[in-house]
Design a binder for this molecule. Structure first.
Ligand code: DX5
Ligand code: ZN
Length: 220
């Protein structure tokens, strides 16, 4: 029995000057969590937002805040995100020197830990950490920007993780991030994805509720 589909709008594509209202629209529109892309200008060639914005969002939303840290060696920031109200927090396998320790720290701070994996990082690299995390975020674009095209070859990795969890950890959730639209979500669901991040496919549309419903329908 597959896990339920969750739709996670990425606020990266929202209007930052109007964030509370943008979040309210996806909340009433049926989103399951809010995906917050934190970029440091070093691990990825772009700079976005940090824990203070998460703290402000936590005051105005009832949705769980799912923070995706595209940050080189993020350990020094974890406490701030926990205090700000992050519910889930993923760190990149490529950005952490002592990944196991970092993941343990995320959990000990009361957040649900995830590991994020770039398109070029193989299943065998990620397998040793799968017992320690609650979810894996499989990047289906190279991280850094919204609105890029879906890299379909990452679905082989999704299938490998899905096979692995059947035998070892059925509760592990698989999240996908990048290029998710009504045209790509179906094949990702088929491959084993549970949680779908979507930025431009939701915030790029006028009617956010309709965009979320269309994604859910196309997920099957
Ligand atoms: C990219 C971010 C994504 C981004 C996805 O580095 O991690 O969360 O917002 O945007 P779309 O859905 O437009 O590809
Ligand atoms: Zn993301």
């Amino acid at each position: 029995m597959p896990h339920a589909v969750a739709i996670c709008p990425s606020i990266l594509s929202a209007d930052f000057a109007n964030l509370a209202n943008e979040c309210a629209q996806v909340t009433t529109g049926g989103a399951d969590m809010l995906h917050v892309d934190v970029m440091d200008g070093r691990f990825v060639p772009n700079l976005t937002i940090g824990a203070p914005v998460v703290g402000s969002l936590a005051k105005v939303t009832s949705l769980p805040l799912d923070c995706h840290l595209m940050v080189h060696e993020p350990d020094h920031l974890l406490g701030d995100f926990a205090k700000a109200g992050a519910k889930r927090l993923s760190v990149h396998i490529e950005a952490c020197r002592h990944l196991h320790r970092t993941v343990q720290r995320v959990r000990s701070l009361g957040m649900s830990p995830g590991v994020a994996v770039n398109p070029h990082t193989s299943f065998s690299m990620v397998e040793p950490i799968l017992r320690e995390v609650d979810f894996v975020l499989v990047m289906s674009v190279n991280p850094g920007f919204g609105g890029q095209s879906f890299i379909g070859s990452v679905l082989d990795k999704v299938r490998a993780i899905d096979d692995w969890r059947r035998d070892h950890r059925p509760n592990l959730r698989i999240q996908i991030d990048g290029g998710i639209t009504v045209d790509t979500i179906g094949e990702a669901r088929q491959a084993g994805v549970d949680w779908f991040v979507a930025g431009s496919a939701i915030f790029g549309k006028k009617d956010r509720a309709a965009a979320i419903a269309a994604l859910r329908l196309a997920a099957g």
